[in-house]
Design a protein around this ligand. Structure first.
Ligand code: ZN
Ligand code: ZN
Length: 161
């Protein structure tokens, strides 16, 4: 009854939901992946967030900082959907999620040699330091990493310096 996926499916019959071990939107297959069997607030907010990406038809971004903008947009949309079905999303939760992204982006951009903050190259898998000219590789960014503390470990493990 209280199932957010069922509810969203009724309102937006075109959205495709698939159960998985994390929450994310796949622009390639146009599917929203979600964890099955959970009914808490964070579960609901995560599904709403991914539905936000889906309804905005988020497809591409070139550079890391664009990913952050897309994340902000998805949360704005999620708030709108939540409003329509009488739910609300905690702003603290949204800020925590965005901070996770900000931290991740920041870590990628710090030069491993001299700690200077650097810029992503046109080839988005590389950053280059303007101070010491070190160039380093980072993993491709991707939509919607999950948000809980444990996942921060995953985020940092994905740095390929
Ligand atoms: Zn450097
Ligand atoms: Zn997202």
């Amino acid at each position: 009854m209280n199932n957010i996926v069922t509810k969203l499916n009724t309102i937006y019959p075109n959205l495709k939901f698939t159960s998985s071990n994390s929450y994310y939107w796949s622009p390639e297959t146009k599917e929203i992946f979600y964890k099955k069997g959970l009914y808490d607030d964070i579960h609901q907010w995560s599904v709403l967030h991914e539905a936000g990406h889906a309804l905005l038809n988020h497809t591409n971004y070139d550079l890391d900082f664009q990913l952050l903008a897309i994340e902000i947009e998805a949360w704005e949309k999620a708030k709108e959907i939540a409003n329509n079905i009488g739910l609300s999303i905690s702003n603290d939760h949204i800020q925590d999620c965005l901070d996770t992204y900000r931290d991740w982006l920041h870590r990628r951009s710090i030069c491993p040699k001299c700690s200077n903050k650097s810029f992503q190259q046109r080839n988005r898998n590389y950053y280059r330091c303007f101070n010491c000219h070190t160039r380093w590789r980072v993993s491709s960014s991707r939509f919607c990493r999950t948000y809980r503390m444990a996942d921060k470990t995953i985020l940092s493990n994905q740095l390929l310096i």
